[in-house]
Design a protein around this ligand. Structure first.
Ligand code: HEM
Ligand code: HEM
Length: 171
């Protein structure tokens, strides 16, 4: 397969939606204030919803996903697939722990006052510290993966003159 082969449009759109919402949630998380908390939660809930749709869609279009530009079994291939797998885990893990953390604090996971996700656990101050640590861990791991993820694309561009970014762009 050529390196110019594109991802299906449904994957491109969901990749952008998750990426924008999750980078937004991360930037706000780093600068959190009581006024920003509703926006942080809403972006995070959007990540969770888009990520679930994205993973379901990934299975639906599995046979149309272009082959990796890295050769199967190579070091880069294993690195690429590991980073992608861990990104999928953090795009579920980060918002899920945020949701549980809010519930443990005694608040619902509310989306701009429009709706709330179901309350999964009762208010419990004894577990907020652990949930906060897990939430933060997911966010930090996500940030490291994002750097590796984008760096991978840049490496292909510089070393092999392959523009893999075009594969995931709508135009
Ligand atoms: C992709 C999604 C998300 C990312 C990357 C993210 C990232 C972060 C970061 C970096 C912090 C600051 C770290 C800290 O001081 O603990 C934070 C704090 C927080 N986040 Fe998120 N978050 C996400 C989703 C959510 C969601 C969906 C909720 C709840 C519905 C949520 C609720 C909270 C709360 C309550 C805090 C304050 C923690 C505390 O000080 O107790 N987050 N988040
Ligand atoms: C500005 C930032 C980003 C850029 C430029 C970017 C670019 C790309 C590109 C070019 C690909 C296709 C790789 C290939 O050619 O095979 C890709 C795939 C992927 N991206 Fe990103 N991405 C970004 C942000 C993100 C974020 C924030 C996440 C996770 C929340 C993410 C998760 C993924 C995953 C999981 C795949 C693999 C898709 C699959 O085959 O299942 N990306 N990205």
């Amino acid at each position: 397969m050529k390196h110019t082969d594109k991802y299906p449009m449904s994957m491109i759109v969901l990749h952008s939606l998750v990426a924008l919402a999750m980078i937004g949630a991360l930037l706000i998380g780093w600068n959190l204030s009581p006024e920003l908390m509703p926006i942080h939660k809403a972006l995070g809930i959007a990540v969770l919803i888009f990520a679930v749709l994205r993973i379901a869609n990934r299975f639906r279009v599995a046979s149309h996903v272009p082959a990796s530009v890295n050769s199967k079994g190579s070091m880069q291939y294993i690195l690429e697939k590991s980073v992608h797998g861990l990104l999928y885990i953090t795009m579920i893990g980060a918002p899920l722990f945020g949701w549980l953390l809010s519930n443990a604090h005694g608040y619902p996971a509310n989306f701009f006052g429009l709706f709330s996700l179901p309350t999964l656990i009762a208010k419990d101050p004894s577990i907020t510290h652990t949930l906060k640590e897990l939430h933060e861990l997911c966010a930090n791991v996500f940030f490291c993966l994002l750097i590796l993820h984008v760096a991978g694309g840049v490496v292909h561009l510089l070393k092999e003159k392959k523009n893999v970014f075009k594969r995931m762009m709508p135009f």
